[in-house]
Design a protein around this ligand. Structure first.
Ligand SMILES: [Zn+2]
Length: 283
């Protein structure tokens, strides 16, 4: 949800869209530095969250951060910006910080995995008192980015000492573009069986619900409105009715204009899919 005009405005927008759980950026997502959050803005944010009864479940880190960077200067810059993201989430009492593991830029996969794990070990030991769960997002595998195979996420987590402070965000567009066929029943169950075997379903903190503009296995990350892409209604019907995930926040990252009316359409579509199943049971 956009924070144009200050972080607290996200809650007014979320309320208008009928959302119950949202994700925000806590700063401009394309800039390294940001002014510290002002006390009045923090208070307004927490007040609005209560007033509208909307949970701000996650903040998403800035797009410039690369915790796998082989460039020493960029890695250092990324790590300190990541720490700032943790602090901002803590200040706003946001439980999860979602981030893409990183891009190896030509390094062997094992090295990239190690670098991300080292970055996380450093961040966690630098913030022993933080309440923020560092939440690795599954990626489409575009370019040299890692995190498109469940095994890569598991390998990162295995190399982090305080792995109980980590969780996973499953992005439907990304896993589909990475080659997991969640668009039909067999592929859907096979995907989550694999996830369970490799990482463990109990590590899923949240979902990003996005349809995919690109085909299965394309490894191209382009979000589409729910039901209008290559995943289609069936994949989302399976997910929103899966009893294993009923209490897991599901968050839209679909394209939208400034008035956010598209959120209402996409939420309506998902609610209808959940309703279909319920009326089938009632019938
Ligand atoms: Zn996402």
């Amino acid at each position: 949800m956009s924070i144009a005009g200050g972080v607290s405005t996200a809650l007014t927008r979320a309320d208008a869209a009928g959302a119950r759980s949202i994700q925000v950026f806590t700063k401009n997502n394309n800039q390294w530095a940001a002014k510290p959050l002002q006390n009045t803005e923090i208070e307004k944010f927490l007040e609005n969250s209560k007033k509208f009864d909307i949970e701000v479940f996650a903040s998403h880190d800035c797009y410039l951060i690369n915790l796998a960077s082989p460039d020493k200067t960029l890695l250092k810059k990324s790590r300190s910006a990541f720490l700032d993201e943790i602090d901002r989430a803590d200040t706003l009492k946001i439980p999860c910080l979602v981030f893409h593991p990183g891009a190896g830029k030509g390094s062997p996969e094992s090295e990239s995995v190690k670098r991300v794990a080292e970055s996380l070990n450093w961040a966690l030991s630098s913030r022993p008192g933080s309440d923020v769960t560092l939440t690795l997002e599954t990626t489409a595998g575009q370019g040299t980015s890692i995190g498109h195979r469940f095994e890569q996420i598991a390998a990162i987590m295995d190399n982090v000492e305080e792995s109980d402070r980590l969780a996973v965000c499953v992005d439907t567009c990304h896993v589909f573009a990475a080659g997991y066929a969640i668009n039909h029943r067999d592929g859907y169950y096979e995907t989550f069986n694999q996830f369970d075997k490799v990482i463990g379903l109990d590590k899923i903190a949240m979902f990003h619900l996005n349809d995919s503009k690109k085909e299965l296995g394309s490894r191209v990350d382009r979000h589409e409105h729910i039901g209008k892409g290559h995943i289609g209604a069936e994949g989302f019907r399976l997910l929103v009715n899966d009893p294993r995930f009923l209490n897991i926040p599901m968050i839209l990252e679909t394209p939208k204009g400034p008035d956010g009316v598209e959120d209402i359409v996409n939420l309506g579509f998902l609610n209808a899919l959940a309703g279909e199943k319920n009326s089938a049971i009632d019938g």
